[in-house]
Design a protein around this ligand. Sequence first.
Ligand code: ANZ
Length: 829
Amino acid sequence: AATYDVTAVEEKWLRVWKDLDPFRADDDSPREKRYALTMFPYPSGDLHMGHAEVFALHDVVARYWWLKGYEVLNPMGFDSFGLNAENAAIRDNEHPATFTYENIAISTESCKKFGTSFDWSRTLNTSDPEYYRWTQWLFLRFYERGLAYRKESPVNWCPVDQTVLANEQVIDGHCERCGAEVTKRELTQWYFKITDYAQELLDNLDELEKTWPDRVITAQRNWIGRSEGAHVTFDVVGSSVVEPGEERAGVETMTVYTTRPDTLFGATFMVVAADAKLARDLVTDDQRPAYEEYLEEVRKASDIERLSTERPKTGVFLGRYAVNPVNGQRIPIWAADYVLADYGTGAIMAVPGQDQRDWDFAKRFDLPIIRTVQVPEGFPDDEAYVGQGAAINSANDEISLNGLGIPEAKRAIIDWLESKGYGKGAVNFRLRDWLLSRQRYWGAPIPIIHCPVDGEVPVADDQLPVVLPELRGADLTPRGVSPLAAAEDWVNVECPTCGGPAKRDSDTMDTFVDSSWYFLRYCSPQDDTQAFDTDLVNAWGPCDVYIGGVEHAVLHLLYARFFTMVLNDMGLVGFREPFSAQLNQGTVINQGAKMSKSKGNGVRLGEQLSAFGVDAVRLTLVFAGPPEDDIDWAEMSPSGSLRFLQRAWRLSGDVTSAPGADASAGDVALRRITARTVHDAEGLVDGFKFNVLVARVMELVNATRKAIDTGVGGSDPAVREAVEAVTILLSLVAPYVAEEMWERLGHQPTVARTSWPTVEESLLVEDTVTCVVQVRGKVRARLEVAPDISEADLEAAAMTDPDVVRAIDGAEVRKVIVRAPKLVNVVVS
Ligand code: ANZ
């Protein structure tokens, strides 16, 4: 059988596309706009199978929208700051830009060759000064609104990368990038106040749930981690008994956050995070040496270890006592590592009766335990009871919770605490402010100048961008402070306010800042007067679909949502949620395992492309299964895909009718199959069922082949109609061969910008059904009718049928019972 030359076809159409430039999004187009966004990659090397998969899936949607008559914005760029390039630069004694821009050039070429429908006229790189100028501008707007601020705090520290990590970048206590165990450090750092938006970030998920994957919604809800409870304030005193001359109770206080204020009568000690400032403030001189020693130990542990219930409890007494507001009892204040400094207030009231970690701590240090919830019968007496039950041991002169269930007890005690001024109902979020400063070189410098006189002074807008100084190789080696701090010429400046000697902030921004607004920049990427054009952003946005990896479920998506809300508050963006719908692709694995160097099971994209061609690889990725499922490349057959494409291509050579031939004269059976396939394809693309779409195209190819070989033959206009439909549908997945087929069918390129086939509704109607006509209870005729025939039409058809007329034989018709489409019963006298 005839075959096409894959390589020749690719070379030919790549040239044609370059000339035609068919995917340029026109801001002024009268057509309805759609915005198809796919997560832009890090330029860490050439494209790999993972990129191929996401681009192939994404392209189905973007190309479909063009064919359906939308003006489509489908941009691509590079998230080009970050540690990858910096580490490569240190290794190769180079500038990070060298590595970065070489990889961008290579990836861009590969991306084009992969037949993607990106609009390259809008490309951007976050490491271009033309881009990070606006990242810095946005930082200053956040700063003005109090949404960017500095504070000293214990931060996650990666001892290998020598940099601070956001909570999101610590996975099971280890650095997300290099795997080293993360420790804590006290540093002054920049934060974005994302916590101001915690409630809205949570609330909007209820709506996004309809169009976003469940796993992303769940991950974001958990990350935001809203809980309801109370703040309770305890007086702090120096002694467990009231002694003459002791410091007066109420002078000093400490506040805890608790989700179980109902258990307050069971609070038998307090625990402060050992590394919280409060612990340092509270500890007595006697206890200070023991405390300092303990603190050293704590600094080595990760948050995950600290919170683990498995871990043996450790701690140190701080030498002071808190007064329980419900019963006046003086309970000791301890420091321990199982309480975290940056959650709640960094201190807890410990209720060993109802909390297992408190129980373990009480046992370890011989502290009292009081149960305040009735345990069920048979409950072991050596563990905390965390379940539901009636309150016990919970009464004072003014209030009794005894007998109340947990929710009622909570409400009662919060009312009492509020009336006494000892506390208040409170909501707490697990979400922390976003730590955005990095002590690394390859990022956007923070546009702030520190002056001994004027403090923090923002760089003036017209002085942006603050361009990175030229550093390379060993200059970039991490040493705990940013390499920028050592670039004397760069870091030393005059204070913009007083003119005295001052220093630039030497930290750079987390690359997640860059990627929190890139989708806005795509709307006016060359604009050098503003970060983005608000009108254009509102015309294109929000993104109608966002396709990318589930690894970004929390970090990137939460940050981008936060940015959009802030920019909306500033009046710069007309919507509050940036991504209307979302799809996460699965992972390409091999032989049942994630591809990795050590397992030696990596599949090289380049090799697959030269062996089978772009179209076959794309088809394989799309046909493999539902897009969100993993693809095991070992079970795939790109050669099978190529055979199918050859078969489809052969159809285009067998069509002998002329372009524009009137299909209505063609074979109805084939026309019905074509119409049904095109009609269903729309729902399949909208529902992200791309694999089913491919299966349906395969069926249409088979039916068409049969019509040509053993049916109506290649001259029937229904065959042309079918092959044109195959070509257009196939262009969503296999653009090269589709282009070739389109040309062989006598059309001008490009198939990508033709229109989606129109479907004649009448062809979607099921074939016919048999209607039985009875006269005097006997079957007299069988009629072939359309399944949606009306009762009137069916009655008319029955009453004029010759056999029925003969059976009635002139008798008086008393009644005609019509049950469309299957039965007509004629009652005659
Ligand atoms: C008393 C109590 C009694 C608590 C009880 C629990 C059960 P979520 O739901 O995650 O918000 N907690 C508060 N701050 C903490 C910190 N900095 N480090 C570690 N634990 C902290 O959890 C809130 C509960 O976690 C709070 O309620 C507090 O313990 C603890 F039967 O207070 B609870």
